[in-house]
Design a protein around this ligand. Structure first.
Ligand code: HEC
Ligand code: HEC
Ligand code: HEC
Ligand code: HEC
Ligand code: HEC
Ligand code: HEC
Ligand code: HEC
Ligand code: HEC
Ligand code: HEC
Length: 430
């Protein structure tokens, strides 16, 4: 049917294409064919009935999902039934790596961009290089077996992606993963650092938001400390990590005179007043009184006016807040009476925004700014108060009007009734 040459040319093209395809996808193909490998088959029998063994854990491992089997990490020949052959050095068998070698063991793939690109081009390949700069990595390089390496945070055979809620590195699970070592007094006894980070964090505004209220915008340990490096890539130093999310506070602070004072005194930017792990919900008590954070550096006769400024800031913020509470109560009352209060709620929302801005402006250390914004808030609240009063007054007026008309109507009804009765009686007499 075909001339001889056509078939052989077509065959050659086909073979060439197939070869090219196999070469390009060889690493992935080889590994992808592994599920059902002899490694897994034999080890499944060894592991029979026991929980937490490599083969049972591996069912949900991200590497298994990608078709990377036991040999992807451990080497060896996944096609041989013979233990001696399958796990022989000639076939590149590595066995279980020592803790100190795990970072390199995982990084033969994870630091290889051209290999990783075949699976997920978006996945970073800098975990190892960053890890080397962290305290964990530095300690690992110094042969410390207790420091964290890849498996301490990711596990060895049940590794899941960061966005998998069951993963040890899912945001809400990270604090517990770190606490496994950092809250264990005995484990950390050789080191000179405290073991209260998790306990403090879980009681902080951030911990409550993340762990109890499921607010995924709140930071877990790694958002401040970095996933693999010493700090997240966005910041030069952990002193400035809060600014990733609280940009306005950071901008105000950096533009203030105190930025230089703090640098001079070697005090960290936000931690000095808010702490790092046990951050409480701020109130004006942080300005003046027992809990004043300004008192750390200021006293009444230091001649800077710091204490007086703090007190005036507190007065301005407290006045706005008290007034807001009063007017909110009044609006609630109007609401309960069925009056239309949407407009008032709207302007109170603006006032609340002013209060929020004024509290942020504390970080300028500029009294005028704080009082100016508070005053604008107070004016808004007073205006709303006036409107609410008018509404309530007109309600009372209308209520009075209603009572009067009801009484008049009753009188009228009574009169009509009497008239009707008189007419009845007259008729009966006739
Ligand atoms: C026919 C059975 C069999 C096959 C096939 C097999 N293994 Fe094993 N494997 C074993 C036994 C038995 C042990 C020893 C268990 C022990 O010492 O507790 C072992 C041990 C291991 C260890 C731990 C070694 C260490 O250093 O502690 C690893 C890792 C391992 N196998 C991986 C593999 C991989 C990867 C493959 C496939 C390439 C494979 N095995 C194929 C039976 C098998
Ligand atoms: C992502 C890489 C990776 C893959 C894939 C992997 N392992 Fe491992 N395996 C490790 C690491 C790392 C260790 C050392 C664990 C440790 O120190 O806790 C280890 C240890 C082991 C051990 C000895 C210690 C133990 O936990 O019992 C065995 C046996 C083992 N692996 C078998 C397997 C088998 C069977 C498979 C396939 C079902 C497999 N591994 C797949 C990374 C891997
Ligand atoms: C101290 C704990 C810790 C150690 C040690 C650690 N990781 Fe991670 N890793 C994390 C956390 C937390 C995330 C997830 C962050 C997120 O939410 O994206 C992560 C994410 C990853 C990811 C997903 C991509 C990415 O970069 O976000 C890979 C891959 C990864 N780690 C590999 C490694 C390797 C390889 C090592 C060892 C060199 C290692 N990790 C060591 C905690 C750790
Ligand atoms: C044989 C190569 C190879 C080895 C060795 C390897 N990985 Fe992976 N890893 C991959 C590939 C491929 C993916 C899948 C990427 C994807 O599709 O998301 C992956 C995914 C991951 C993820 C999930 C990333 C995400 O999407 O959030 C983590 C975490 C991870 N690996 C950690 C490790 C750790 C820890 C080790 C060492 C114990 C290790 N890997 C060893 C190839 C490897
Ligand atoms: C396997 C145990 C282990 C795990 C898990 C672990 N760490 Fe560590 N970490 C250590 C050890 C040990 C040190 C060294 C302490 C030292 O040198 O002072 C350390 C040091 C640190 C340091 C530096 C402390 C300093 O000296 O200033 C930080 C920050 C840190 N870890 C954060 C984390 C975070 C965040 C996580 C979780 C994502 C985590 N660690 C998980 C064991 C662990
Ligand atoms: C809101 C940011 C933030 C979060 C969240 C956070 N940290 Fe920290 N952490 C810091 C800052 C800032 C320091 C102080 C660093 C310094 O002074 O060098 C610190 C210090 C540390 C240290 C050094 C020892 C110490 O206590 O001073 C360890 C260890 C540590 N954190 C672990 C953790 C762990 C574990 C978690 C989660 C349970 C966590 N951190 C959550 C910001 C944070
Ligand atoms: C990853 C983002 C993120 C980082 C980093 C972060 N925060 Fe927060 N922070 C939040 C979120 C979200 C809330 C809101 C929680 C709530 O109100 O329930 C919050 C709340 C707060 C509050 C209470 C605010 C209020 O109006 O009551 C303070 C104070 C605070 N953070 C200080 C800090 C400090 C100090 C740091 C650095 C050590 C920091 N934050 C780092 C996200 C972050
Ligand atoms: C000198 C002490 C001091 C420093 C430094 C400081 N704060 Fe504050 N912060 C306060 C005080 C006081 C309040 C309470 C104001 C109020 O609620 O009345 C506050 C309130 C806050 C609030 C809640 C109000 C708002 O703006 O939402 C956040 C968030 C906050 N600070 C974050 C930060 C961050 C981020 C830094 C670092 C850039 C920082 N603070 C540095 C004293 C400080
Ligand atoms: C870490 C120490 C530190 C803390 C905390 C601190 N200050 Fe200061 N403050 C200083 C220093 C240093 C000066 C400069 C003193 C001088 O000029 O002699 C200063 C000066 C001032 C001044 C004078 C005007 C100026 O900006 O130079 C005011 C006002 C002031 N502080 C207000 C406050 C308030 C309000 C707080 C609390 C919210 C506060 N400070 C917290 C260190 C601090």
């Amino acid at each position: 049917m075909f001339p001889d040459g056509t078939i052989s040319a077509a065959m050659k093209l086909f073979v060439a294409t197939l070869t090219l395809f196999l070469c390009v996808s060889a690493p992935a193909q080889l590994l992808a064919s592994e599920p059902g490998s002899t490694c897994e088959k034999c080890h499944m029998e060894l592991d029979e009935g026991q929980p937490d063994t490599p083969t049972t854990l591996f069912k949900n491992d991200v590497h298994n999902r990608e078709g990377l089997g036991c040999a992807g990490c451990h080497g060896g020949d996944p096609t041989s039934d013979d233990e001696e052959v399958a796990m022989s050095e000639e076939k590149g068998f590595i066995g279980a790596p020592d803790e100190l070698e795990i970072p390199e063991f995982c990084s033969k793939c994870h630091s290889n961009p051209s290999f990783m690109k075949q699976f997920d081009p978006g996945l970073s390949t800098y975990q190892y290089s960053k890890y080397l700069t962290s305290v964990h990595g530095i300690r690992n390089a110094a042969h410390d077996r207790k420091t964290a390496q890849c498996v301490s945070c990711h596990t060895a055979h049940g590794i899941r992606a960061a966005d998998d809620p069951k993963s040890t590195i899912y945001a809400q699970n990270v604090p517990n993963t770190c606490a496994g070592c950092h809250s264990d007094k005995d484990y950390m006894a050789d080191y000179e650092i405290p073991t209260d980070q998790f306990a403090d964090f879980s009681r902080s505004v951030h911990g409550i938001a993340l762990l109890e209220n499921g607010d995924m915008g709140a930071p877990a340990c790694n958002d401040c400390h970095g996933n693999h490096g010493a700090v997240p890539p966005e910041v030069s130093s952990i002193d400035h990590v809060c600014g990733i999310c609280h940009a306005n506070n950071m901008d105000d602070f950096e533009a203030s005179t105190h930025f230089e004072y703090f640098e001079m005194l070697k005090m960290p930017a936000c931690e000095t007043c808010h702490s790092n792990h046990r951050i409480e919900r701020p109130t004006t008590e942080m300005l003046q009184g027992e809990k004043s954070v300004c008192k750390q550096c200021h006293d009444l006769d230091d001649g800077t006016g710091g204490i007086e400024t703090a007190e005036s800031m507190r007065n301005a913020l407290d006045s706005l807040n008290m007034l807001m509470t009063q007017v909110n109560n009044k609006i609630d009352e109007a609401d309960r009476k069925g009056l239309y209060v949407d407009n008032m709620l709207f302007s109170m929302r603006d006032a609340r925004q002013k209060e929020y801005t004024a509290r942020t402006a504390v970080h300028t250390f500029n009294l005028e700014k704080v009082t100016k914004i508070s005053r604008e808030g107070i004016e808004l609240v007073l205006k709303t108060d006036g409107v609410t009063d008018d509404l309530l007054d007109s309600y009372v007026f209308r209520r009075k009007g209603l009572v009067v008309s009801v009484v008049l109507l009753c009188l009228l009804a009574g009169l009509l009734w009497m008239k009707a009765r008189q007419a009845d009686m007259r008729q009966q007499k006739q």
